[in-house]
Design a protein around this ligand. Structure first.
Ligand SMILES: C[S@@+](CC[C@H](N)C(=O)[O-])C[C@H]1O[C@@H](n2cnc3c(N)ncnc32)[C@H](O)[C@@H]1O
Length: 291
């Protein structure tokens, strides 16, 4: 069968079951395209490829992957081993979450209107596979970026991604429980930390159970880790530094918890919510509120 027909057939099979599309695509047809092209290593822009026939080995490989997508709800990014974030390709596997933050839009927009010039030193805290920090390093060729995470497994994946993009000279990994082992100051701290309350985690679609729970769950109704980052960031920012942090759909709870703080919630054209920005001065001014 030709790839073009196979895409339609796989899309119909995916559509016939109740899958969750929160990991890179939002519909069965795009998911089938991603799965097939990704698995076969075909360039997404290759317009000729759709006309070629799958060989027997490729059909068997695809069938095994479709079965895992349907039966085990494994996200396609893990099946393919690759994900795209802010227009860049990344290695992706079960050691870290599938990258999907709306911060990609901010990076592609060169952080306007928050910043008008490149930051010299950036920390991506809770970095996972490193996509946010690495995409920022690719945006700003002179910028040094530290990728920090508590998980050595996630950092091994981040190291693979640093190498993939040839960034070893200015992007490094730091294993750290939040800021415990950070000893620099940064002009920009980026964070997409865990923010899912335990009870909500248990109700998430099965796809999320394939991701490391360490990357999703945060105690105290999802707010424990975000509040610690809000409290401590100022000690690691330069005087005119900025924190940008995603708390996703936990943003109403956070706003409610720290009512006195004038939070700036960013708006995104390509979807996503719950990303805030606070300057070092604001973080200092409202520090008491984050306890
Ligand atoms: C939501 S994932 C985000 C990964 C990545 N930033 C992204 O956007 O794809 C959160 C990450 O925080 C890490 N993490 C969890 N608790 C942490 C802690 N106490 N200190 C540092 N990192 C932590 C997890 O290992 C996970 O990689």
């Amino acid at each position: 069968m030709k790839i073009q027909e196979t895409i339609q057939q796989v899309a119909a099979r995916l559509d016939s079951v109740d899958l969750c599309y929160g990991h890179g695509t939002d519909n069965p047809l795009d998911e089938a395209f991603y799965l097939i092209y990704g698995l076969l290593g075909i360039d997404f822009a290759d317009e000729q490829a759709a006309q070629r026939e799958l060989n027997v080995g490729e059909e068997a490989m695809l069938e095994a992957a479709v079965k895992r997508r349907i039966d085990e709800r494994v996200p396609t990014a893990y099946l393919v081993g690759r994900a795209w974030f802010a227009g860049h390709e990344f290695y992706c596997d079960e050691r870290a979450l599938v990258p999907r933050s709306p911060l990609a839009e901010l990076i592609n927009g060169e952080f306007e209107p928050l910043l008008h010039e490149p930051a010299g030193k950036v920390l991506d805290i809770c970095t996972g596979g490193g996509s946010i920090g690495i995409a920022t390093a690719l945006l700003w060729p002179d910028c040094e970026v530290d990728l920090a995470d508590i998980s050595p497994d996630a950092l091994d994946l981040a190291k693979k991604n640093i190498a993939l993009h040839g960034l070893g000279s200015r992007v490094r990994t730091i294993q750290s429980n939040l800021f415990d082992d950070i000893d620099s100051r940064y002009e920009l701290i980026l964070a997409n930390p865990p923010y899912v309350p335990v009870q909500e985690y248990e109700e998430l679609p099965a796809e999320f159970a394939n991701e490391p729970s360490l990357g999703l769950i945060s105690a105290d109704n999802g707010l424990q880790i975000p509040l610690k980052i809000l409290r401590d960031s100022v000690d690691y920012l330069s005087a005119d530094g900025l924190l940008v942090m995603e708390v996703g759909y936990s943003h109403p709870q956070l706003s409610e918890r720290i009512k006195q703080v004038p939070l700036l919630w960013l708006e995104f054209e390509q979807g996503g919510e719950g990303v805030l920005a606070l300057t070092a001065r604001q973080l200092q001014q409202y520090r008491e509120q984050f306890n």
